[in-house]
Design a binder for this molecule. Sequence first.
Ligand SMILES: C[S@@+](CC[C@H](N)C(=O)[O-])C[C@H]1O[C@@H](n2cnc3c(N)ncnc32)[C@H](O)[C@@H]1O
Length: 203
Amino acid sequence: MAKNDAQGSTQRSAPGKPASSWRARLVRDLEGDVLEIGVGSGANLPYYARAGRLWAIEPYADSADKARRVAATLALPVTIDVAPAEKLPYPDNSFDCAVSSLVFCSVNSPQAALAELARVLRPGGTLHMVEHVRPANALLGALFQAVTPVWSRVAHNCHLDRTTVQTLRDAGWRVTVEDCRNVFVQLTAHPPAPVEPAPSSQR
Ligand SMILES: C[S@@+](CC[C@H](N)C(=O)[O-])C[C@H]1O[C@@H](n2cnc3c(N)ncnc32)[C@H](O)[C@@H]1O
């Protein structure tokens, strides 16, 4: 995606909606053990070119089944579990990378989902996101905020007014915005260092 350039070199599937090449850019270089949250019907799965193994979660069983059907066509070993991002069914330090595409608009608690992602990423692990966010323009931002209560009811809890980049930063993540086009942001983020328990005082 070219910065703030709706008509850049990236192919587009529809006005305002990035074409599938953004999916390739998001996941094709990720290596090792990878987790994708909110995998939906598996639209990203064909684009993992270098991952060693992929785990994915999706809260809706019917969508998870669709993703499993896509996964079955791939050489990549994929495990798809039915779970929400706020309660990941994996031990601490399980993954080298995590992926979220168009999911943080819909999760019930972005903060809880980020805490879970920080928990399951290994030291040095990275989160890779494409999300739509509240427009920076004040008027548009207010408009998106105004329609969100109705929109979220008809669009599976999708919020048009989430400030996801700021939410990451507020949670202590180190964020690099890779690209930004209209309301779509692609970023890489490193989780905050885990808080060490205070040494118990010995007398
Ligand atoms: C717009 S779809 C995007 C699907 C897929 N990531 C993609 O890029 O095509 C939003 C996805 O987020 C999932 N989702 C909603 N709430 C979630 C939650 N709490 N935890 C994980 N995924 C969630 C939805 O079920 C849906 O699959």
